[in-house]
Design a protein around this ligand. Structure first.
Ligand code: ZN
Length: 203
C-alpha cells in the first residue's frame, strides 16, 4: 500500500510557510515503511533538529480505481481517520532550496502516524469535520475540512489521474495552521470532534 499526501491544502497553513497558492494540489508519497507502528513512540531522527507535527485528516481507500470522477469518489472510501505527517522541516527547506525532492524530509521511518479509523457514516457532512492536535494538553492545531482548498472527493479525483488507487491506500489530506517543532518527552494527541484517535510519545 501507499500513502498519498497532499501539501498546501489549507489557506492559513500556506500563509504560515509563505507559499503561493498553487493552481494544483501538491502531491507526494510516503512508503509503507514510514508508518509508525501502533503503540510505538516517535523517535526524532538524528538527521534533523526541527521535526514538525502536521495533523491531517486521513481517508482509507476501499476499492481499486483510476480516473475517478469526484461524484463517484464517495464509493471509494468508508473510513475517515486522523494522523500526523511528521516533517523534518530543516531538511525539507534545504531540499526545497535546491529544487530537490522532499522524500528524505517526509518519508523516513516513523514519519506517518495513523490513528483509529471512524466509519464515514458517523459524519453528517464529510466536508465539515472538526479536528485538532494537542501537544502536552495544549491545542496547537485545529482545523475543519470545510477549509480545505481541495475537498476530499476532489482530491480523490485529482490523485487518481496520476496513481491507481488500491485497497488500503491512505490519503493524507494536508495540514491546517499551527505546525510546530516537537521535543523529546512531548505527548501528541489527535482528535476528531471530541474523540481521541491517537496518542504519541516523542523520544
Ligand atoms: Zn502534510
Amino acid at each position: 500500500m501507499k500513502l498519498i499526501c497532499i501539501g498546501r491544502n489549507y489557506t492559513d497553513h500556506i500563509k504560515e510557510l509563505e507559499n503561493e497558492k498553487p493552481a494544483d494540489p501538491v502531491v507526494f508519497l510516503k512508503p509503507d515503511t514510514a508508518i509508525l507502528l501502533k503503540k510505538q513512540p516517535f523517535f526524532i531522527p538524528d538527521f534533523s533538529d526541527d521535526v514538525h507535527h502536521e495533523v491531517e485528516i486521513l481517508v482509507k481507500i476501499k476499492k481499486v480505481g483510476k480516473y475517478i470522477d469526484r461524484k463517484f469518489a464517495p464509493k471509494y472510501y468508508d473510513e475517515i481517520g486522523l494522523g500526523i505527517d511528521f516533517t523534518a522541516r530543516d531538511l525539507q527547506s534545504q531540499l526545497k532550496a535546491k529544487g530537490l525532492p522532499w522524500e528524505k524530509a517526509k518519508a523516513f521511518d516513523g514519519a506517518a502516524v495513523i490513528g483509529k479509523w471512524l466509519p464515514k457514516t458517523k459524519f453528517e457532512d464529510i466536508d465539515n469535520i472538526n479536528f485538532s492536535l494537542k501537544r502536552n494538553d495544549e491545542i496547537v492545531q485545529s482545523g475543519n475540512t470545510a477549509l480545505m482548498l481541495w475537498k476530499i472527493d476532489e482530491l480523490i479525483e485529482y490523485v487518481s489521474k496520476y496513481f491507481t488507487l488500491k485497497i488500503g491506500d491512505i490519503i493524507f489530506t494536508g495540514t491546517p495552521a499551527g505546525v510546530g517543532k516537537v521535543f523529546v518527552d512531548d505527548q501528541l494527541k489527535g482528535y476528531i470532534e471530541d474523540e481521541e484517535l491517537f496518542s504519541i510519545k516523542i523520544k
